[in-house]
Design a protein around this ligand. Structure first.
Ligand code: ADP
Ligand code: MG
Length: 420
């Protein structure tokens, strides 16, 4: 079903010339290839430029920043050389863990400070040895006022999840913290969305920043063909198999609403479908990482996923999104289907419906203003929105035209990395 030509090999960490201790730690984490944001930002951060990087949640921004940051630390100097500001305590802990796992062998000491935890213990640790401080803004400012945090040797400042930081009203705090770092330093910003506050912050505080954007634009509902099929739950699988065999698919992504459904659908389908895999939060981190990787490089041609696990996926080769279960609301539907059909192709979504989904389906059609294309019976009957000619025609031909495969020229390093 798939040709090797479509593979988009990402750089491997082993090609980076990293110090052996860092590389060993990265391998131990199960990372082999870099994610797009890691590949795009590594040279920029290493070269010392300021950076404003946009990439989706789950794209590996923590390691993208942590790896070059760790390399900048002089472990013979007992001082905070890297400062990472994050919006929440959970992210703080997660960030410290990632830095610890990657940098501990090299002697880099990270530490996290956040509200709701004993200040005394934090002060004691700060007085001892910390190379990279990860902090939420409020507690950081407290500790700066108390003289427990000294930033006079800080050479790199990171604003992580900056969109969330600013949404939670930390703009003034951030500006205050940045204004306290008066020596020359590098500033890095990571976010999943760009807004005016971020633009202003970057314009005002960054020095000739490089911009990277890896946000995949969502396809609007109009540029997707929305097929629906009313089925008896017992017949879902045979219908699905018929579609998969009859269609010219590139990569198929099937969404279920629960882990056990993913499991059982996978068990049933793997006998009949090659290169099929499944992913949900019940799998180990390593297993999930390996699936994300194989999916990205097209080694997996059909993937069954839950919504949560689906968030980290690269949709660039997905030709068909199938909703095995009806996605609860409009947002979920858009999220699942809106990223199919990249590279100028039209996206194609097929949603199986059972009787109890019909009230929600009506709402969905109204809310997203989509034109449903029915395969078989239209269960909405006379309540259904009027079918225009186009709809009728499509209904008779659920053998959509061949999907255009991306040409190799469309996948140059620069476009893949989304450099602007
Ligand atoms: P983001 O900050 O962009 O939301 P994270 O940094 O939290 O994303 O990473 C998301 C997940 O991807 C984490 O579980 C992380 O361990 C994993 N991950 C990061 N980089 C890689 C990689 N190069 N290979 C495989 N998995 C990775
Ligand atoms: Mg993050």
């Amino acid at each position: 079903m798939l040709s090797k030509e479509n593979e988009t090999p990402y750089m491997k960490f082993s090609e980076l010339n990293l110090p052996p201790d860092i590389l060993k730690s990265i391998v131990a984490l199960g990372y082999d290839e870099m994610t797009p944001v890691q590949e795009a930002t590594y040279p920029i951060i290493s070269a010392g430029h300021d950076l404003c990087a946009l990439a989706e949640t789950g794209s590996g921004k923590t390691a993208a920043c942590s790896i070059p940051l760790i390399q900048k630390i002089d472990t013979t100097l007992n001082a905070i050389q890297g400062l990472v500001i994050v919006p929440t305590r959970e992210l703080c802990i997660q960030y410290v863990n990632e830095i610890y796992k990657i940098g501990a062998k090299s002697g880099v000491v990270p530490f996290g400070v956040y509200g709701g935890f004993s200040k005394g213990i934090q002060v004691a640790k700060l007085n001892h040895e910390v190379h990279i401080l990860v902090a939420t803004p409020g507690r950081l400012i407290d500790l700066m006022y108390e003289g427990a945090v000294r930033l006079s040797q800080t050479k790199c400042v990171v604003l992580d999840e900056a969109d969330e930081l600013l949404q939670t009203g930390f703009l003034e705090d951030i500006e205050f913290i940045l204004s306290c770092i008066i020596q020359e330093h590098q500033t890095l910003l990571f976010a999943a969305t760009m807004d005016d506050d971020i633009k202003r912050l970057v314009d005002k505080n960054f020095r000739d920043p490089r911009h990277i954007s890896l946000i995949q634009e969502r396809l609007s509902p109009e540029s997707i063909e929305h097929y629906f099929e009313y089925v008896h739950p017992k017949n879902k699988q045979s219908k699905l198999m018929r579609h998969l065999k009859g269609e010219d698919t590139q990569q198929v992504l099937i969404f279920c609403n629960a882990r056990h459904k993913v499991d059982s659908l996978f068990r049933n389908m793997k006998k009949e479908v090659d290169n099929i895999e499944y992913i949900h939060a019940g799998l180990s981190q390593e297993k999930r990482s390996s699936i994300y990787r194989n999916y990205r490089s097209n080694k997996i041609s059909c993937l069954i996923a839950t919504d949560v696990a689906g968030r980290g996926l690269d949709f660039s080769n997905v030709s068909h999104v199938i909703n095995w279960d009806f996605p609860g609301d409009g947002e979920q539907y858009t999220h699942r289907t809106g990223r199919s059909g990249r590279m100028g192709r039209k996206g194609k979504a097929l949603t199986f419906l059972t009787k109890r989904d019909l009230p929600q389906l009506k709402k969905l059609i109204r809310k997203l203003k989509i034109t449903p294309l029915w395969i078989g019976e239209n269960p909405l009957g006379k309540d259904a929105p009027p079918k225009d000619e186009k709809t009728q025609k499509k209904k008779r031909h659920y053998r959509p035209s061949r999907n255009r495969r991306p040409k190799s020229s469309e996948k140059t390093g620069a476009s893949r990395r989304g450099e602007r």
